[in-house]
Design a protein around this ligand. Structure first.
Ligand code: EPZ
Length: 432
């Protein structure tokens, strides 16, 4: 198992380029199941989660290949297949987003029911209710959702839940509705940029969708969708992670290729912390932290609120602010697994219900820490960049699911970070 070894304390300087958004590409690749003819998706990062999605899509009769220039080309060659197997789905919850397009195009689906998740309970009841509202017949059998979409027709679908609307659930309903006769009205749709990007891809294929970007969507079913070409949006969470890396190290970094309009809440939060964030031409952001960071409160919310996927990285950054901050998680109230590891690095964080009280300390102290999920791992790397001494982040495969070449990108900014694999250490004890 690979580890990242970080010697902290170097202010990051220079420019870094953001990759395409993983959470946009995943549903967009699934949506390519709906097309008659080839699709080409540009700007696809090289990430483990995308490899998993490609394996699932191949199981579902799609040819899907990466090109040398970072694109994926797809074409459905065998539409008779409709089973997404447990062995693949269990490794990535986002696989559930093949359910909508399978129902929409093939009118049937068998998708393994996603299991537990380290960031808390992640039910799919809203996906199921949304598809049932369209007239699909869904039942659970042998660990699979077995779905029949032959009686689907345009109806009204409400997607709000106790923690706000559902991102992947909105994607599923949209993908099921675009080839369903009649008009589907989706209320309380998720407004995340990744959903908007999916909707734009569907429209480029010939779908009719009104209200894109908002919580009220109207979809008029069409008979057929054609192949198209699409460039995915930049990864706002990767960009936000670099912003925190610059802030926590008191660096001066230009983040290129990001869309600042997707980062309004994180940028406003950094500004409250005394960090200078300047919008440069051509989708670039310059971030400079010249003084001791100020504490501030963070509440995660559905977009355009502060994203839950940056909560951990901001908590790490606030752990060396000059005072107390309150970090409240409204999307996944149990998403605090990073707290214990940050505490091992000398952070002072106390959890009370869905809120973490972060008492800023003068400095963090490098330590061996364990990655537990994608964003918690990113937070440990961010903390390690600023900590005194050496931080070793174990189980780096979590980071590799969602960050493309993170150590290379950070090293190019001056960070002293390297990947150590068992092979490099002569196949030594992974526990050492
Ligand atoms: C997407 O997950 C992202 N994943 C997550 O990113 C992100 O944290 C999340 O949206 C919230 O922004 C992908 O896009 C692949 P939700 P998703 O359905 O769609 C509850 C990362 O680190 N809910 O919007 O699964 C749910 O438990 C990942 O890249 C229900 O109650 O999230 C949560 O509290 C992690 N019933 C809230 O809604 C449902 O049927 C929002 O979840 C569905 C969700």
């Amino acid at each position: 198992m690979d580890k990242l070894v970080i010697e902290g304390g170097v202010p990051l300087r220079g420019e870094v380029e953001v990759s395409g958004a993983k959470n946009a590409v995943l549903p967009i690749l699934a949506a390519a199941l709906l097309a008659d003819g080839p699709c080409r998706i540009d700007g696809v990062p090289a990430l483990k989660d995308l490899d998993t999605m490609l394996r699932i899509l191949r199981e579902l009769g799609m040819e899907a290949d990466r090109t040398a220039d970072g694109a994926i080309e797809t074409e459905v060659v065998d539409p008779s297949r409709s089973r997404a197997p447990y062995e693949l789905v269990r490794t990535m919850r986002a696989s559930i987003c093949v359910l909508g397009p399978l129902l929409g195009r093939r009118k049937r689906a068998e998708v393994s029911f996603p299991g537990g998740c380290v960031i808390g309970p992640r039910p799919i009841d809203l996906h199921i209710a949304g598809l049932e509202a369209l007239g699909a017949d869904l039942r659970v059998e042998g660990g699979y959702i077995v779905a029949d979409g032959r009686r689907m027709s345009g109806r009204e679908v409400y997607l709000g839940g106790a923690y706000g609307p559902t991102v992947t659930g909105t994607a599923n309903v949209l993908m099921a509705a675009v080839l369903t006769p009649g008009t589907t009205v989706v209320e309380h749709a998720a407004c995340e940029p990744e959903v908007t990007d999916l909707a734009r891809f569907l429209v480029a294929m010939g779908a009719r969708i009104e209200g894109i970007g908002g919580p009220h969507l109207e979809v008029t079913g069409v008979d057929r969708l054609v192949g198209t070409r699409h460039r995915v949006i930049p990864d706002r969470i990767e960009a936000g992670t670099f912003l925190t890396a610059a802030a926590i190290t008191h660096g001066d970094v230009v983040v290129r290729g990001a869309d600042p309009s997707h980062l309004t809440a994180p940028i406003a939060t950094l500004q409250r912390m005394g960090v200078q964030v300047e919008r440069l031409p051509d989708r670039a952001l310059r971030v400079r932290a010249l003084e001791r960071l100020r504490p501030t409160d963070v509440v995660t919310l559905p977009y355009p609120g502060f994203p839950t996927d940056l909560q951990a990285q901001f908590m790490a950054t606030l752990s060396i602010a000059d005072g107390n901050s309150f970090v409240t998680e409204k999307i996944y109230p149990e998403r605090f697994i990073h707290v214990a590891e940050l505490t091992r690095m000398r952070a002072r964080i106390r959890k009370e219900g869905p809120t973490a009280i972060v008492e800023g300390v003068d400095y963090l102290s490098g330590a061996p820490v364990m990655a537990s999920d994608l964003r918690a791992s990113a937070a440990l790397v961010v903390a390690g960049l600023a900590a005194h001494g050496t931080t070793t982040v174990d189980r780096v495969y979590h980071i590799d699911r969602g960050y493309e070449r993170i150590e290379e990108k950070l090293a190019a900014l001056g960070a002293r970070i390297r990947r150590v694999s068992d092979r490099d250490r002569g196949g030594g004890d992974p526990a050492e």
